[in-house]
Structures are given as C-alpha cells and as structure tokens.
Ligand binder design. Structure first.
Ligand SMILES: NC(=O)c1ccc[n+]([C@@H]2O[C@H](COP(=O)([O-])OP(=O)(O)OC[C@H]3O[C@@H](n4cnc5c(N)ncnc54)[C@H](O)[C@@H]3O)[C@@H](O)[C@H]2O)c1
Length: 353
C-alpha cells in the first residue's frame, strides 16, 4: 500500500479562535503545519495547547505579521509549503466602524502581502476565510443567502473582505493568463460557535464580542448582563437572526475544500448551518445548557448590523458533500465545557503545560 505523504500547510492566524481549531484538526490528521500569527488578537497559549494535544505533530510557529512578506516567503520555501489556509484578519464589525483603516490594512493589505509571498515561493493552493458580512442586507429571506447573492457590505469589515476576495480573484486570473494553475477556495462563514469537543482548546477574544461566549461569561458571573442590540428589527421577536455553525463543522469544510482543490480551481462557498436563531433564542439556549440565568439589557441597534443572515448551503453540500453535524446546543455545550475548565482563558492551559 502506498501512503501519501502528509501535506504541508501554512495556517495564517493559527493562534486565533478558528485557526487554532483548524491547526488541531490538521495536526490530528498528520499534516505538517506552519503557523504564522502576530498574536494581535490570538494567543501563544492556543498554539501550546495544540502542541500539547498532539505531541507527535510537526508544528512550527512563526510569530510575525503577514506584512513581513519576504520573511513569510522564505518560510514557505524552507518548509516546502503546498497550501495556505488564511484566517489572519481583524474580525469585529463594531471595531471596523470605529477603526476602518486597521481593517483595510490587515484584511486587504496583509492578504496582498500573503499573495505576494505565495507568488515568490510558488505556493499554488489557498483557502481564504471570508464572511457573510460581505453580503450586507442580503435578500434570500425564504431560501437563505446563496453565493450568487449580490455583495453590498454595510460595514468596513465586510467591505475589506470583499476587497480581499477580489484581490485573490484578480491574482488568480492573472496567474492563469500567464499559464499558472493557482487554485483558491473562498469560504464565507456565517457565525462560528463552539469549541473543540474534547475541551483542549476554545474561544478566547479580549474583549469578547461574540454572542455565545459573552452569554456564557455572564452565566459564570464574569459579565453583569448581555446587551441586546435592538429589539425592533423586522424579525419574529425583534432581535437579529443569525446562522450559527460549529467550529468543528467549519474545520471539516476546510479539509474537504483542501482535498477538492485541483490545479486552477476557483470555488466560493457559504459555510453555515442553513438555519437561523434570534439573539433571544441564543440567550435562552445558553441558559438551558449552563443552567444559569443570563441577565440581558436592551441597547440601541448597532451601526452596520443586518436584521437577518441565514446561509443557503446547497452548493457546499453539492460540491464537497459537506453538511453540518452539530446543533446550536452542541456548540454551546462544548463552549461551556471549555470556559468552565479554563475561566482565565489560555493562562490555565499554559500553567498546565
Ligand atoms: N468568528 C466568526 O464567527 C467568523 C465569521 C466569519 C468569518 N470569520 C473569519 O475567520 C477568520 C478567523 O476569525 P477568528 O474568529 O478566529 O478571529 P481571531 O481574532 O480569533 O483570529 C485571527 C488571528 O489572526 C491574527 N492576525 C491578525 N492580523 C495578523 C497579521 N497581520 N499577521 C499575522 N496574524 C494576524 C490574530 O492574532 C489572530 O490570532 C477571520 O478571517 C474572520 O474574518 C470569522
């Protein structure tokens, strides 16, 4: 029997929430991993925890910014990288409205630097983390938003991701015109939730602005109340509706995309659960799972917050055979387990290792 050698993958943003979960999945599957992260919002402790979880894994961690193009290109050459999974970004809608230039600089500028490094090192495969925020106030009320829905982002975060998608497409087309075979998959995630089911790594943002971990911090008594931004949206209970997809399902979608990419592939896929939950429903689900009361406070609507975003996932199911396996309660349960065991985030993991 011929055993294919493990693929060598560079994970940008691998010390962050989704990137560290991807690194863990790749490590368990025997891939050789190179993580590049400047730890602006990520955690060295997340990389330590992945190493601890899979002691046999080949993991190199380069703590630097993607802006250091020549350093990244040299690393790609030295590690003989075959594919890049590009998570590194700034990813808060509210922050992007306050500091838009940081979003253009990181989400567009650093993506362009990464593409240049790939060109220098002749790395031919890319998976890019995009977002449903690129759709803006999309229609799709009945069937969910599909990949052909127009992209009219209503905040700088979404706009910067549309621009990064465009930069990747333009680069790819020029590469093909020059006889190259650069392949790229753009995955537009909806709201990613949950933690490693075995509780080895989790979600840590500082400050935490995502709904599920914020609710669970309130359940632990580490937050006085959850702010509900607007109860006058045109939805059944007046709160925003979002599509919540488990981080393990998101990682599985990346693995499937990685295996699907062929010379010259150009694919764009939604990654979502295909159903929506209102903010009130999520708060109730967090109360159900944690068995704790979660106080809430109504606040004004946030700038750049669409009322409803639900994915149509027919295309990813058709092309990759991918379907999400975890329910919202499953995701909240894994997040709750990790948070209860690691109330101080990665400081706990570091002490143990
Ligand atoms: N979390 C979600 O629900 C969600 C939804 C849609 C899309 N996404 C996308 O998924 C990706 C990962 O999101 P996340 O929630 O894990 O965020 P995160 O903030 O936890 O991770 C991002 C990582 O990128 C690193 N980084 C930022 N700028 C960098 C730079 N210039 N050079 C090197 N590293 C840099 C950060 O330190 C961090 O570790 C992002 O691209 C985000 O836009 C996330």
């Amino acid at each position: 029997m011929i055993i294919a050698p493990a693929m060598r993958v560079l994970v940008s943003g691998g010390a962050g929430y989704i990137g560290s979960h991807m690194a863990l999945v790749l490590a368990e599957a025997g891939y050789e991993i190179t993580i590049v992260d400047n730890c602006s919002t990520g955690h060295r402790g997340a990389v330590d925890a992945v190493r601890l979880a899979v002691a046999s894994a080949s993991i190199v961690f380069e703590e630097c910014s993607l802006d250091e193009r020549d350093r990244i290109a040299a690393l790609m050459t030295e590690r003989r990288i075959e594919a890049v999974i590009h998570f590194a970004a700034r990813a808060s809608i509210a922050e992007s409205c306050e500091h838009p230039l940081q979003y253009w600089s990181t989400n567009v500028g650093a993506t362009v630097a990464l593409l240049e490094a790939m060109q220098i090192a002749t790395v031919q495969r890319l998976i890019f983390s995009s977002t449903c925020a690129t759709y803006g106030v999309a229609d799709g009320a009945c069937t969910g938003i599909d990949e052909s829905s127009p992209q009219h982002p209503i905040n700088p975060y979404g706009a910067s991701k549309v621009a990064a998608e465009r930069a990747i497409r333009d680069f790819q087309h020029a590469n093909h015109r020059g006889g190259g075979s650069f392949a790229a998959a753009t995955l537009r995630y909806f709201n990613v939730v949950g933690s490693d089911p075995a509780g080895r790594i989790g979600e840590v943002h500082d400050p935490e602005h995502h709904l599920v971990p914020s609710c669970l911090l309130a359940a632990l008594g580490r937050r006085s109340a959850i702010e509900i931004f607007g109860e006058d949206h045109p939805t059944s209970d007046g709160t925003c509706i979002r599509d919540y997809v488990d981080v393990s399902d998101v990682c599985a979608a990346h693995l499937a995309a990685l295996h699907h990419l062929r010379d010259g592939s150009e694919i764009t896929l939604n990654v979502g659960a295909g159903r929506g939950h209102s903010v009130r429903e999520v708060v109730r689900a967090c109360e159900r799972v944690s068995q704790c009361e979660i106080p809430t406070r109504t606040a004004a609507r946030r700038e750049g917050d669409p009322a409803k975003l639900i994915a149509n996932t027919r295309e990813i199911n058709r092309l990759l055979g991918w379907t999400p396996l975890r329910s919202l309660d499953d995701s909240i349960a894994s997040a709750w387990r990790w948070l209860k065991a690691n109330p101080a985030g990665y400081a706990e993991v570091k002490r143990e290792s």
